[in-house]
Ligand binder design. Structure first.
Ligand code: SF4
Length: 307
């Protein structure tokens, strides 16, 4: 059995920055510190930070006054920001700069009196944060599917769209096409909102699965970009499994398999990939090959107060 490792895979610049912010805040202020929502959607990472003294909460109301609060990489609404200020929290913002860019775009478009249409998954924290940049919910509409586009009725003729950063590139293009067909005047974002890391990891899986029989994706079930990687393999009619670690691999998945593809979502650390490689080695894998792919050298600085 052969193992092909996707490139690039695993941590993106936004995730590295978010984790570093939590670690540095812990070092500076001491435990406990509070993190609003899982700082990144990965069980291994979150469990590790919990062990160091981070407390993850869903609502600011669960944070005592005057404590350290960190906003997760997915970003937060204006209301959450206000709530944190009102309790006198020491705030560090781990919102990925590429999500913050989308927030700014929403605010800018609404200042121009545009109706914004957000393409994204209902209930995902990034989507809630982006919807929450609008002062009036009537000025921003969420669509998840082409059927949602069909149902849209809008009075405002000044329209713009924006997207969640971690969507399927191919599915999003279909929704954008439907929007353009229905509203030919609709304005696109200045620059693509789906982020470089999402795009590169999806391209890498498409390449990898041309030569692999099955795909293992390291990533937690609530990780949007990890789920999209699994779906790409499934659309290519290959079996694919989203796993939090090597212990979840089932022997039956490897029966009759010549080549296993392995990748990791943007929030899954490389150590988990190496544990999977070791496990596959124990299952008889004789060759481990790093597939060539796009080189990434994106880095986002952490807030000045934590440098
Ligand atoms: S996946 Fe993209 S948007 Fe999300 S944290 Fe990483 S770089 Fe930022």
């Amino acid at each position: 059995m052969k193992v092909l490792l996707a490139n690039p895979r695993g941590f993106c610049a936004g995730v590295e920055r978010a984790i570093e912010i939590v670690e540095r805040a812990l070092a500076l202020h001491g435990a406990p510190i509070y993190v609003r929502h899982e700082v990144v959607h990965n069980k291994f990472v979150v469990d590790g930070l919990k062990a160091k003294g981070a407390i993850f909460v869903e609502e600011i109301s669960a944070v005592p006054s005057g404590k350290v609060v960190i906003f997760s990489a997915h970003g937060v609404s204006k209301t959450v920001r206000q709530q944190a200020s009102q309790i006198g929290a020491i705030i560090y913002d781990a919102t990925c700069p590429l999500v913050a860019k989308v927030h700014k775009e929403v605010v800018r478009k609404q200042k121009q009196s545009h109706q914004v249409i957000l393409i994204g998954h209902e209930g995902h924290p990034e989507v809630e944060g982006t919807l929450g940049q609008s002062d009036q919910s009537a000025n921003i509409a969420l669509v998840e599917t082409i059927a949602d586009v069909d149902k849209l009725t809008l009075d405002n003729k000044q329209l713009s769209y924006t997207t969640q950063t971690t969507l399927s590139v191919d599915d999003t293009q279909k929704i954008v096409n439907a929007l353009k067909a229905k509203f030919p005047e609709i304005k696109a974002p200045k620059k693509e909102d789906i982020c470089y890391a999402t795009q590169n990891r999806q391209d890498a899986v498409k390449t990898l699965m041309q030569d692999s029989d099955v795909l293992l994706v390291l990533g937690s079930s609530n990780s949007s970009n990890s789920n999209r990687l699994r779906e790409i393999a499934e659309k290519m009619h290959k079996n694919a499994h989203l796993i939090d670690g090597a212990s979840e691999i089932q022997t039956s998945w490897l029966e009759g398999v010549n080549t296993v593809g392995v990748t990791a979502g943007a929030s899954a650390p490389e150590i988990l990939v190496q544990e999977v490689v070791d496990c596959l080695h124990d299952h008889g894998a004789s060759e481990i090959i790093e597939v060539n792919g796009t080189k990434e050298n994106v880095h986002f600085p952490i807030p000045e107060q934590l440098r």
